[in-house]
Design a protein around this ligand. Structure first.
Ligand code: NAD
Length: 281
């Protein structure tokens, strides 16, 4: 549904070819933000492995879109919260593409509950995918980046990891304690790994989306009433689109962003500006 407040000049849909010759893995790439990241990386010149947990058809569609752009695409099934799956995924991608230059740790989910009713299963599931999944994939990527080192014709860094965080790495979120804890964990995991591997010329950064129109938060934008309520939290007065995140990720992965190390880039229409205080608090 297109809202009145969505109108305005459209941002560019393509990114200049900043990633020619690079090989990327995007986790959870068969929908939403992950799909947009995979397409944006391919538009910027990268070959892209499309990780999915279930639903091979949707992953195959994204691979088709990547190939239509003239790049190589590869669908790879893996549950990022499982160590053996992650090992097998990296082995498969390195076998097919030769190496990996870019990892986008995007896979994530929510299992919401009032705190006192939250089950250990709900807690463990969200931490397992959103935080442990990013740990397992980042560890595998760093090993490959170190093995290969810098290839100057490809990139001036040895590799890039981009962690999909959230404004909830900083904003507390009642009713979503497991999710906020996972993203707070991603924030300090990414910064700590960044500090540790920067001397190897490996760049680790996070992108923190605000409210983006994807299946994960359909309840927050699907009806007019929900959308108007959501806009009270967004000074820029439009919901974010997956491509807003995809463009940021493609640029952050490129050498244009070579001196950005251990940062979080908020892509949130101003959600981090405490909009409740806009009228004086
Ligand atoms: P989405 O549900 O469309 O995408 C999440 C993807 O992760 C899905 O394709 C899902 O199948 C995959 N996934 C889940 N568990 C997995 C597992 N164990 N292994 C592999 N893949 C798995 O939702 P989205 O909004 O595109 O979310 C993508 C990321 O963006 C998540 O990390 C989410 O926390 C983050 N994020 C989203 C928003 C938003 O407003 N949509 C805001 C902030 C952060």
């Amino acid at each position: 549904m297109q809202k009145t407040s969505d109108r305005g000049p459209a941002p560019p849909s393509t990114t200049p070819e900043l990633l020619t010759g690079q090989k990327a893995i995007v986790t959870g790439a068969s929908s939403g933000i992950g799909r947009a990241c995979a397409i944006a990386l391919a538009e910027a010149g990268a070959d892209v492995a499309v990780n999915y947990r279930g639903g091979a058809e949707k992953a195959a569609e994204v691979v088709g879109e990547i190939e239509a752009l003239g790049r190589r695409g590869l669908a790879v099934q893996a549950d990022v919260s499982k160590e053996d799956d992650v090992k097998a995924m990296f082995a498969e991608v390195i076998d097919a593409f030769g190496t990996v230059d870019i990892l986008v740790n995007n896979a994530g989910l929510q299992q919401d509950a009032p705190f006192a009713e939250m089950t250990l299963e709900q807690w463990n599931k969200v931490i397992g995918v959103n935080l442990t999944g990013q740990f397992l994939c980042t560890r595998a990527a760093v090993a490959e980046f170190r093995r290969r080192g810098i290839v100057p014709e490809v990139s001036c860094s040895a590799g890039k990891v981009i962690c999909m965080s959230s404004v909830h790495e900083a904003i507390p979120w009642a009713g979503h304690v497991n999710y906020a804890a996972s993203k707070g964990g991603v924030m300090l995991m990414a910064k700590s790994v960044a500090q540790e591997v920067a001397p190897d010329r490996i760049r680790v950064n996070s992108v923190a989306p605000g409210a983006i129109r994807t299946p994960i938060n359909r309840d927050a934008w699907e009806t007019d009433e929900a959308y108007e309520k959501l806009m009270r939290l967004v000074p820029y007065n439009r919901i974010g689109e997956p491509a807003d995140i995809g463009r940021t990720v493609a640029w952050l992965a490129s050498d244009q962003a070579d001196y950005i190390v251990g940062s979080t880039i908020y892509v949130d229409g101003g959600m981090m500006l405490y909009p409740g205080f806009a009228t004086g608090g």
